[in-house]
Design a protein around this ligand. Structure first.
Ligand code: WT7
Length: 632
């Protein structure tokens, strides 16, 4: 069985060993899984390329480890409990046996529809069990899944389908979220009109049964599932074969497809799940993320199922029918571990304590936070109102690229401190470096967060563009993976993530590239140029502030802003809509033509004191004009 650390003393000794002999440590963990053939070499790596190979020569199928190997001991235990949007509707449970059967049936359906090992399949679905079944079915036959969050626009979906040349899209008809019934299939129809030539089949899961347009390539999920066998021979995968692609935003250009591979991802997600949440046999674990993000991949689907856990999936939103929904679900299903994002905590905190106070949350043992820094006020509210002082908060730092939780307290084992992700997981070697790449040692210091040794679930490449992977993560500092985050180490060695140091903003825990949002804004005919920065936002953590140079003759500012927001919604999706738009006469640029974002960030935060040195600007006079427009 995968190691579960039980005491501080053990954490310290395991950590020490894992750093002294990472290969030995991870080989020992990997032994606890079911391999079709054992690996020859535990690790081969060279960050210059970058090339990282864990468990080389090993053969496996991750779904055998998520499903088959649990059938004997926990076949009748709930694997997935699905809670629908509508609180009046009954929850649905899939036992391990049932989930295994559904995954096999759908895997057979995929094969019958021409899907082969290595093919890419795009998912564009709400939080329904079929999404989990679908991705596992891909893994069963060695197809590569690319899940696109169902809030992205048709254009964003089309870009991702094209980038990976997906052969199939799997979607639902509609998505019920709160009182809304959001069209999903219609977005896919729209995307396919944007030149997704590689798509051969669209599989449509009937979720609400609402009216949809039917096209030649469309097939119903329930039709392709008919008469399928409930067993399916798992494909033999190399440890380093691709498991999935997941797109994420960077500081430049289009989103990149982060690639994760089978063996290392399996070992690390299971190990981190068991330790960070201290999951015990019989517990009910709930992560409120969407499977469209890495949190959902690693800690709704793979990590928990690998560990034989009961994992919950929720279709709806935290505020429907009211702001007590999360807590009502926790009480109803006697949730033991609860994992959510600071933005949700802040939004619920703002609605008032009465929504949490009436519920029995005494089963909660661990409560987690992920995606962005959790501010002190939200941390205390979460601790007192939700954890009742009895459930330690795990503030988990990690990234799409890291595949799993990297820095975190271990509940009941290490201490916790508000705002601090605190301690590295076993096998994780974080370092702080200065701008020159020199390691900043000692305590009470700040630096750029890098990781100096490979770990099993790390990014292997960016799909179709390996050079971009090298450039973004491995070229800034020699022999290190660069995270893009700034970090502080306190007097006692705990780590605190300060935030991104690149042109990436974190809106409600979702990563947005400023360049990506700018490109979207610039598609509006009335826009000449734009610059986007983040600014502190009470609920979202960071909001999107757009400075726009508009075409002359715009008469109705409100209508113009509305048009800009509609354009961004069309190009990326509603999550990228600017919160604030300011029409400005110019943008502050250096002589080399670079926008001085530092100034824009300051002004956006409502503070124009200490704007620093502006003498290198080509157009210093524009600063006062922008201040005037912003009223600061
Ligand atoms: C970025 C990664 C990891 C899944 C969700 C987001 C920020 C993440 C924390 C935390 C402070 C955090 C970082 C990181 N971040 N967790 N506990 N404290 N910041 O994944 O979209 O890949 O974003 O989110 O800035 O680089 P992502």
């Amino acid at each position: 069985m995968t190691l579960q650390i039980k005491s501080l003393k053990q954490y310290k000794s395991v950590y020490k060993k894992s750093v002294k002999d990472p290969e030995g440590f991870w080989a020992e963990q990997a032994e606890t899984f079911q391999w079709q053939k054992k690996w020859d070499t535990t690790l081969e790596w060279d960050f210059k390329e970058p090339s990282v190979k864990w468990f080389k020569g090993g053969k496996l199928n991750i779904t055998e480890n998520c499903l088959d190997r649990h059938l004997k001991d926990r076949g009748d235990q709930a694997a997935i409990i699905w809670e629908p949007n509508n609180p009046e509707e009954a929850a649905i449970t899939y036992t391990y046996k049932e989930l295994h059967a559904e995954v096999c049936k759908f895997a057979n359906a995929l094969r019958a529809n021409g899907i082969k090992k290595g093919d890419r399949i795009c998912f564009y679905m709400p939080m329904v069990p079929e999404l989990a079944i679908g991705v596992l079915a891909c893994a069963r036959i060695g197809a590569i899944h690319s899940v696109v969050f169902a809030g992205f626009s048709a254009t964003a979906l089309a870009d991702r389908i094209k980038d990976a040349s997906c052969k199939m899209v799997i979607c639902s008809d509609y998505n019920s979220r709160g009182t809304k019934n959001i069209p999903v299939k219609a977005v896919v129809d729209d995307a396919l009109k944007q030149g997704c030539k590689s798509i051969e089949t669209v599989i449509v899961h009937k979720n609400t049964g609402g009216k949809i347009k039917w096209n030649k390539k469309d097939k119903w999920w329930h039709e392709v599932m008919k008469r399928r066998r409930s067993t399916c021979k798992p494909a033999t995968m190399d440890a380093e074969d691709m498991l999935f692609i997941l797109y994420t935003s960077g500081s430049t250009g289009k989103p990149k497809g982060v690639v994760h591979t089978c063996g290392g991802y399996m070992v690390y997600t299971c190990f981190s799940f068991k330790n960070v949440f201290q999951y015990k046999e019989g517990d009910v674990y709930w992560c409120t993320a969407d499977i469209g993000w890495i949190t959902g991949h690693s800690y709704i689907v793979y990590g928990p199922l690998l560990a034989g856990a009961t994992t919950m999936m929720f279709e709806g939103v935290p505020t429907y029918p009211d702001a007590g929904r999360f807590w009502q679900i926790c009480e109803k299903h006697k949730v033991n571990q609860f994992y959510t994002a600071p933005t949700a905590i802040r939004a619920l905190m703002a609605k008032g304590d009465e929504f949490v106070e009436g519920y029995d949350l005494s089963d909660l043992k661990v409560i987690g936070s992920v995606g962005e820094p959790i501010n002190e006020e939200a941390w205390h509210w979460y601790n007192e109102k939700v954890g009742k002082g009895n459930a330690p908060i795990v503030d988990t730092w990690w990234q799409t690229e890291t595949g799993g939780i990297m820095i975190t307290p271990l509940p009941g084992i290490t201490d916790t401190k508000p705002c601090y992700a605190s301690y590295p997981m076993p096998g994780i070697q974080p370092v702080l470096v200065n701008a020159e790449g020199k390691e900043v040692k000692g305590n009470d210091v700040e630096g750029l967060l890098c990781i100096k040794f490979p770990w099993p679930s790390m990014i292997r490449t960016t799909y179709g563009d390996h050079e971009r992977c090298r450039q973004v993560y491995f070229s800034a500092f020699e022999n290190m993976y660069f995270t893009g985050d700034g970090c502080r180490r306190d007097e006692e060695g705990r780590l605190r993530i300060i935030g991104r140091v690149d042109d990436v903003i974190n809106v409600s825990g979702h990563r947005m590239g400023t360049a990506e949002v700018e490109n979207a804004i610039n598609e509006h005919a009335g826009v000449i140029e734009s610059a986007v920065v983040g600014y502190p936002h009470d609920i979202k953590g960071q909001g999107i502030f757009a400075y726009i140079i508009a075409q002359e003759g715009i008469k109705d500012n409100a209508a113009f802003e509305k048009g800009v927001r509609a354009t961004v919604t069309k190009v990326i999706g509603p999550i990228a809509k600017p919160d604030k738009i300011l029409i400005v006469p110019g943008l502050p640029k250096t002589r080399s033509g670079k926008i001085m974002r530092r100034l824009l960030r300051k002004i956006a935060s409502g503070d124009a004191s200490n704007l620093g040195d502006t003498s290198t600007l080509l157009n210093p006079e524009v600063v006062n004009a922008i201040r005037k427009a912003a009223g600061v």
